[in-house]
Design a protein around this ligand. Structure first.
Ligand SMILES: [Ca+2]
Ligand SMILES: [Ca+2]
Ligand SMILES: [Ca+2]
Length: 348
């Protein structure tokens, strides 16, 4: 009797399985297309190097140039979606974003770093999305049942295909390719640790940071690995956007970091009024990531942004955060080094 009850419960559990939906790109009926008005072409590829699972994957070929919009979209996302999980590869390291456009007007972005030339899996929960800067808030909530479509955008190709950006981020212009396979809609969100004092705890399977040219960014267990190995100095570093107001009321930042060879690192923050501020600290030789504390009172304005804003560092208006090897540029520190960033936290 008990046995049948158990079996009944088990079968019930199986039948009550959560909804699931996966696009495997094995047939041409996959539903992804080039965003109307954007450039490039989509095709299915059978090149084994460019397929993650099965026999085919999606390939998107496009031309990156200043002012060119490149994006692909899928117009029938599942309304019950709590997260997206997919495999992606790009022809170079680049920042991408998954976006959701609501009928009501709100557009949401979730940026993620693609390290280039190898497949990587990315799992994005609805809570990972932030309202796009140019969007008027309606209810400040991502409503999947109001979604017109989802899109994949090569952010680096759109914003960095200019000669000025090339100095810092390398040449992004020209013909570009990305590949997509095994795109899943998940009815359950992956666990996200909720720590109000965390800016980044690197628990997700992707990074929201981007690298400068000649710098490699890799997600590692419990952190982000930043690596460079060049015979000549360059601006080596990593940067990320910071959600509006997320540093409001803080006294500074704490960065847990381990650096192989001693050097001076600089933290830069950029405000919405265009002012950039920096503070430096020494690091190197740590056995594991060690917290380095930087208070806003230690930050000074950069020469090139003096007079751009109100002359004050308002933590609430910080929109970008970067970490740079200052020693390489200014103190002759070696131009081959690597760091492990374990966490970035708010100092309250
Ligand atoms: Ca496939
Ligand atoms: Ca909404
Ligand atoms: Ca300011």
């Amino acid at each position: 009797m008990r046995y049948w009850m158990m079996l009944g419960l088990l079968m019930g559990a199986l039948w009550a399985q959560e909804p699931k939906s996966r696009i495997d790109f094995e047939s041409t009926q996959h539903g992804w297309l080039v965003l109307p008005g954007a450039g490039g072409t989509v095709a299915l590829t059978e090149n084994p190097n460019d397929v993650k699972a099965g026999k085919r994957a999606l390939r998107y070929t496009y031309t990156a140039a200043a002012g060119n919009l490149n994006a692909i979209v899928y117009l029938e996302p599942e309304t019950w979606t709590q997260a997206f999980r997919f495999w992606i590869k790009a022809d170079r390291p680049a920042l991408f974003a998954l976006s959701v456009q609501e009928e009501g007007g709100e557009r949401w972005h979730a940026p993620f770093w693609v390290s280039g030339n190898e497949w990587q899996q990315v799992t994005i929960a609805l809570s990972d999305f932030a309202l796009a800067e140019d969007t008027k808030p309606v209810n400040h909530k991502l409503d999947m049942d109001d979604a017109q479509g989802i899109g994949l955008i090569d952010v680096s190709a759109i914003f960095l295909a200019t000669p000025e950006a090339a100095l810092l981020f390398g040449d992004q212009s020209g013909t570009r390719m990305m590949w997509l396979d095994e795109f899943e809609f998940l009815s359950r969100a992956p666990a996200r640790r909720s720590d109000p004092n965390s800016i980044d705890d690197f628990q997700r399977d992707y990074l929201v940071w981007m690298a400068t040219a000649y710098t490699t960014l890799k997600r590692e267990a419990n952190g982000m690995r930043v690596e460079y190995n060049l015979p000549f100095p360059h601006l080596f570093g990593a940067l990320r956007m910071v959600e509006p107001s997320s540093l409001r009321g803080t006294k500074g930042l704490e960065i847990a970091i381990q650096v192989k060879t001693p050097t001076t690192l600089a933290v830069f923050v950029e405000e919405t009024d265009g002012e950039r501020w920096s503070a430096i600290f020494e690091a190197g030789g740590e056995g594991k990531p060690e917290p380095k504390r930087l208070l806003w009172s230690q930050f000074t304005i950069t020469d090139d942004t003096k007079g751009k804003g109100d002359g004050k560092l308002d933590p609430a208006s910080v929109k970008m955060l970067s970490l740079v090897d200052w020693g390489v540029l200014n103190e002759g520190a070696p131009s081959a080094n690597h760091w492990l960033v374990g966490a970035v936290r708010k100092v309250k």
